[in-house]
Design a protein around this ligand. Structure first.
Ligand code: UDX
Length: 460
């Protein structure tokens, strides 16, 4: 029988490449051939970060790239320019890529399905134009998707201005009676801290939300029980999460932009059960020198062992307090990029100090680890609400009048979290729910299986 050949297209950011790679690994193990399309610069980073022994072709996943259309001189962190250049140039590059693949392949190897990140919603239009079935994949919370689905209505009713999505007044919004209320100042596109970016971000969200409408399937990295009230508002959306790498990850691609430092795992093996504070802030968070310094002092003053993922771009190179690393050397590990899923699954981990990115949120929930929330921007504040107010598996960290999370606040909350048996019990309950969902017969697993069968049926 002819093989499915899926072209998978993530938005070009770490928090999007990882979940789509997890999905690709799964589909590849279930007979799909995958062409995974990164932008050129991300492609180089992903390939450079691959463990030496990996062979993506053998895994059934081929890594390819197309340009993102950015001006050569554009700054790496100029996201507004990136968003604009993606929508202006990438549809054409994608169409050319698909044509090239199809023209150079025999019938059995042509692209038979496109799986596009909903943040690249225009790719669904490209696929439809080329008469290829398309799946739209949502990488964040369904709650956020619900907000996006109400944008046009909120513009029409004057809740938002149509240019930048600025709320005309602050008010509480509740999209269905069973959903948590949210203040309009939590709308993620208003939390970028930059009005040019906000405008591009809002424009991109609006057009992607329209463009995905013709997709044949809608998937998301969530769990039905965790976001139940949202699903009636998100027609046909199938949760398939939490997406995880298989426990034996040797054969799987991670999509990491930085090489993992796995040496911390043997160090974790030597730590007592439920003793280690794990801190990681995802791929985008920046902590200013003062904040980073204060956090380091807070860590030093707790007596707990800790594992801290400090990406090179997290803070200034000289932000550590003088002599800090030597003083904490006997009870800590600092790595550039942690093998996060394995770390969270380790019995020595007591809690997760997290920026509340959706992938980190799903991974922490799946492993039953209590959270200390340190959101940085966009949807991370919504995710914090889920963790602290709805699921009750974590605590907030509050900033002081100077806009800093003080070492005293950090120490008090860590100690409160570690002593909180209710939170721990609840975290284990959610772990159980997550595990059931991705086990045989669970709803996420059933949705994935049905998706695979449905894609196959389009081939016949
Ligand atoms: C971003 C936004 O922050 C997030 O809110 C949005 O939902 C997706 O895009 P990012 O900041 O990268 O994502 O955070 P997150 O969504 O948590 O993704 C980070 C991924 O990197 C996770 O899968 C995590 O396991 C991985 N990671 C992070 C590591 O493997 N090692 C690390 O040291 C840090």
């Amino acid at each position: 029988m002819k093989k499915i050949h899926a072209l998978v297209l993530p938005f070009p950011a770490q928090g999007h490449v990882i979940p789509l790679m997890k999905l690709s690994n799964y589909l590849s193990e279930h007979g799909f051939k995958i062409t995974f399309v990164n932008t050129e610069s991300n492609h180089e980073t992903v390939v450079a970060s691959l463990p030496k022994q990996s062979n993506s072709k053998e895994n059934g996943i081929r890594l390819v790239s197309i340009p993102d259309g950015r001006d050569p001189g554009a700054g790496e962190r100029d996201f507004a320019h990136l968003l604009d250049s993606i929508s202006a140039s990438m549809p054409n590059y994608l169409e050319v890529l698909i044509r090239e693949i199809n023209e150079s392949s025999d019938d059995d190897d042509k692209i038979t399905c496109v799986i596009a990140d909903e943040n690249m919603g225009w790719a669904v239009k490209v696929a439809k134009k080329m008469k290829i079935p398309a799946a739209a994949f949502w990488t964040a919370s369904v709650w956020l998707r619900t907000v996006h689905l109400h944008l046009e209505q909120m513009i029409e009713t004057g809740i938002l201005d149509s240019e930048e999505g600025v709320p005309t007044q602050q008010q509480m919004m509740q999209f269905s009676p069973d959903m948590p209320a949210m203040n309009t100042d939590m709308f993620p596109w208003t939390l970028t801290g930059d009005s040019i970016l906000q405008k591009s971000f809002f424009r991109s969200i609006r057009s992607n939300t329209q463009d995905i409408k013709d997709a044949d399937w809608f998937l998301c990295n969530s769990v039905y029980e965790l976001e139940k009230p949202n699903f009636p508002l998100n027609k046909n959306l199938l949760p398939v999460g939490p997406l995880l790498l298989a426990a034996d990850q040797q054969e799987q691609l991670s999509g990491n932009f930085l090489a993992e430092d796995s040496t911390c795992l043997s160090w974790l093996d030597q730590q007592p059960a439920r003793s280690v504070i794990y801190l990681a802030f995802g791929s985008t968070t920046i902590l200013n020198k003062h904040q980073f310094h204060e956090l380091a002092l807070g860590l030093e003053q707790t007596s707990q062992p800790f594992l801290w993922a400090v990406r090179p771009s997290l803070t200034d190179i000289d932000a550590y307090p003088d002599g800090f690393q030597a003083r904490v050397a006997n009870r800590s590990r600092i790595v550039g990029w942690a093998p996060q899923q394995k770390v969270l699954a380790h019995p020595s981990i007591a809690c997760f100090v997290a920026h509340c990115g959706w992938n980190s949120t799903m991974e922490g929930v799946a492993m039953g680890v209590p959270f200390l929330c340190w959101p940085y921007f966009v949807d991370q504040f919504l995710n914090q609400s889920y963790i602290c107010d709805v699921w009750k598996v974590g605590l907030r960290l509050n900033k002081n009048d100077g806009g800093i999370i003080s070492k005293e606040e950090f120490i008090n909350k860590v100690m409160a979290l570690l002593a909180d048996e209710m939170i721990r019990a609840r975290a284990l309950e959610l772990k159980d729910i997550s595990k059931k969902n991705v086990s045989e017969g669970g709803s996420s697993m059933t949705n994935l299986t049905n998706f695979i069968e449905s894609v196959k049926s389009k081939l016949q």
